[in-house]
Design a protein around this ligand. Structure first.
Ligand code: UFG
Length: 328
């Protein structure tokens, strides 16, 4: 049985769905601070907090957990600058709590949701796993500290991990059973889709003077189901090889903010209004990853190659979110 910490969130709920489709038993631990009950449709659920060491010990003693996937983190980069304690407490200190309980209860396989934010400003594109690590905000540092703990734990204890550095997670389950539901929403694609639906009157373009072909930031958008398949392959790799690893997970293609908006116009058929604004602090001009290592060692493949398909899947979910879920 796999313990999915934060399984009621965007990425965790997709991984939970795919694990169950593949025949794994899952147990979700979520405190529902940002997660949603509606997104947990597979596996068993325990409502509780990572800070609760007794609860963690009880879970490891009562359930036959063989591996842990950890998605429960705060991810608002801007908020991490104004409320760093919240980020170090939840993302770093609570993760330490989880790791200690795993060691104590002899659960040795751990998959960690890391981020391309650990790199900071890129010196070289595409980013590879050996690029220098110099995060530029507390969010990225809170995740890097966990990577450092993981390294030390794997040296000292009977413990193996895989750290997955996601680029920009995008898209949703095409069967629209789960999807992206952040409150507040700050991510580009769902905000553009809000504008397409008329929930917002426009979308802001943060910065038009970047050193990129059209002056707007370039990101690497990776479908959430491609992230999900990598998690399963990562867990299988740990079970087979007993060897810790760090992998980038990106699509390998870069799209500018203007290109993403244009693609959303095409998918939705709506004339989405976009307004040029100042840069958002802390945004690197280009984040683009090489996932060669994951492809080679995990035998992982990106299935969702086209941005248009990724956005189409997000648009389908967006309909359900506003027609059914947010009206309750
Ligand atoms: N953007 C806009 N307008 C908006 C929202 C975003 O122009 O209304 C731009 C941003 O400036 C950025 C791009 O769209 O250039 C993508 O922004 P997102 O907020 O969707 O995603 P980020 O790249 O900021 O964030 C992602 C993850 C974070 C992670 C970060 C690493 O969501 O968890 O990558 O840099 F920390």
């Amino acid at each position: 049985m796999i313990l999915i910490v934060g399984g009621a969130g965007y990425i965790g709920s997709h991984v939970n769905k795919v694990l169950n489709e593949k025949g794994y038993d899952t147990l979700i631990l979520d405190n529902f601070s940002y997660g949603h009950q509606e997104l947990v449709q597979w596996g068993e659920v325990v409502e509780g907090d990572l800070g609760d060491g007794e609860l963690l010990d009880r879970i490891f003693q009562e359930y036959p957990i063989t591996g842990v996937m950890h998605f429960a983190a705060f991810t608002y980069v801007g908020e991490s600058v104004t409320h760093p304690a919240k980020y170090y407490h939840n993302n770093t200190s609570n993760t330490l709590n989880l790791l200690r309980s795993m060691i104590k209860n002899k659960v040795r396989n751990f998959i960690f949701s890391s981020t391309c934010a650990v790199y900071g400003f890129p010196e070289k594109i595409p980013l590879t796993e050996d690029h220098p690590l110099d995060p530029i905000n507390p969010y990225g540092r809170s995740k890097l500290m966990v990577e450092q703990m993981l390294h030390d734990f794997s040296q000292a204890y009977d413990f193996n991990y895989i750290s997955l550095r996601y680029f920009n997670a995008a898209g949703c389950d095409p069967e629209i059973e789960t999807g992206e539901w952040h409150e507040p929403e700050t991510h580009l694609i769902p905000l553009i889709l809000d504008a397409a639906r008329g929930i917002r009157d426009k979308v802001s373009i943060f910065g038009t003077d970047y050193p990129t072909p059209d002056g707007t930031c370039i990101r690497d958008y990776i479908h959430v189901l491609d992230l999900a398949s990598a998690h399963i392959k990562a867990m299988e790799y740990l079970e087979k090889n007993n060897k810790s690893q760090i992998f980038n997970l990106g699509n390998g293609q870069g799209f500018s903010v203007r290109e993403v908006i244009e693609c959303c116009r095409k998918v939705t058929g709506k004339n989405i209004q976009a307004v040029d604004e100042d840069r958002r602090p802390g945004d690197p001009p280009v984040l683009l990853g090489s996932s060669k290592k994951a492809k080679e060692l995990l035998d992982w493949k990106v299935e969702w190659v086209e941005l248009e398909d990724i956005i189409t899947s997000a648009w389908k979910w967006h309909e359900k979110l506003y027609q059914e879920l947010k009206t309750r």
